[in-house]
Design a protein around this ligand. Structure first.
Ligand code: MTE
Length: 326
């Protein structure tokens, strides 16, 4: 077993930026001016497809916290301290290192709209507050395992992704759900790095999306999400490597095709669609057998499906031939 230990001043392993990207960065930097121009040209807001419900009082998001804890989700470790987890983040929109929390505060969180489209009965654009008015919030204690072999445990607040699927009314042909992060290179300097396939995209199958563990997160530590955690809406898929838990979602598309995710597009030899946590299958560049807990730096063994096999293993029966860890 070999874990790459890095000192704080060393460049982050990144989620984890594949070698080719690091090596080619200088070359791409030379082209960045052109890339930024192209990006500015395609950056645009959504055109609302449905009228916002009239006369509904906008619920103040802060009124909903802390939400009742769902005791079904237990931890085998202490919660990670908030000052640790909120200052060590992966959010490439704001830079390819862990100290993005200050830059992320520049995000414009109000108004925030989420477009729901593709194979649904009716496409819609919902304001985040209108969406939250339609769901019950609860708190769940979840483990989070990054593909880079660090881990944390946090009290997310949110609602089941299955509730959103129900609200969206997908058509029979929808087999997958694709999630997209906002695109605003004026605010998110990382999105000016034209060698990345912005906007950040992730996807799951319908069976995964409707699994009880799949959680849309709106808060953490009993408060609305801080920007660096992916406000105002992010995913938590605790049995998968952390990069599947897409932040700051602005579009959810139901589709009949398997989506290509951001990291798959960046490094197809290193990242795949499934990305289920599996300690027995090393990343091409490091072991996945154990993980470093943020805060204490203790090293603990990594568990298959990050310890959530009881809830999710059934999804993958019959798919054994596929590289489910990638
Ligand atoms: N979502 C977006 N939009 N951009 C990102 O760079 N990084 C992913 C995931 N979601 C990322 C993202 C990775 S690699 C991890 S490990 C988690 O967010 C980190 O979540 P945290 O910063 O809340 O710990």
């Amino acid at each position: 077993m070999h874990i790459i230990a890095r000192r704080s001043w060393e460049i982050a392993e990144a989620c984890a930026t594949p070698e080719e990207v690091f090596l080619n960065r200088r070359h791409f930097l030379a082209k960045a001016g052109l890339g930024a121009g192209l990006i500015a040209g395609v950056a645009s807001g959504f055109v609302p497809l449905g009228a916002r419900a009239q006369g509904q009082p906008a619920k103040g998001p802060a009124d909903r916290y802390p939400a009742p804890r769902n005791a079904a989700y237990k931890l085998d470790r202490d919660l990670t301290d908030e000052d640790v987890s909120s200052t060590y983040n992966n959010f490439y929109e704001f830079g390819s290192h862990k100290r993005i929390y200050k830059a992320a505060q520049e995000m414009k969180l109000k108004p925030w709209q989420i477009r729901i489209d593709g194979l649904v009965e009716e496409e819609m654009i919902l304001d985040i507050d209108d969406l939250l008015a339609k769901v019950d919030l609860e708190e769940r204690l979840y483990r989070h395992r990054c593909v880079e072999a660090w881990a944390m445990a946090v009290p997310w607040t949110g609602f089941a992704l299955a509730d959103l699927v129900r609200l969206a009314r997908p058509k029979a042909g929808a087999s997958h759900v694709r999630f997209q992060t906002f695109f605003d290179p004026d605010v998110a300097s990382g999105q000016r790095q034209s060698w990345y396939p912005w906007p950040y995209t992730e996807g799951v199958t319908m069976a995964e999306a409707t699994n009880e563990l799949a959680f849309l997160v709106t808060g953490v530590y009993g408060k609305p999400l801080a920007a660096q955690f992916g406000a105002p809406l992010r995913l938590a898929l605790p049995w998968k490597y952390g990069f599947k838990s897409v932040k700051s979602i602005s579009r959810i598309t139901f589709t009949s095709e398997r989506p290509t995710s951001f990291w798959q597009a960046v490094g197809p030899k290193e990242y795949g669609f499934w990305a289920n946590v599996n300690p027995e299958v090393p990343h091409p560049r490091w072991s996945q057998a154990s993980e470093r807990l943020l805060g204490t730096d203790e090293t603990v063994p990594t568990r298959l499906f990050n310890g959530y096999g009881e809830q999710v293993a059934a999804i993958y029966r019959g798919l054994e031939g596929q590289p489910l860890y990638r």
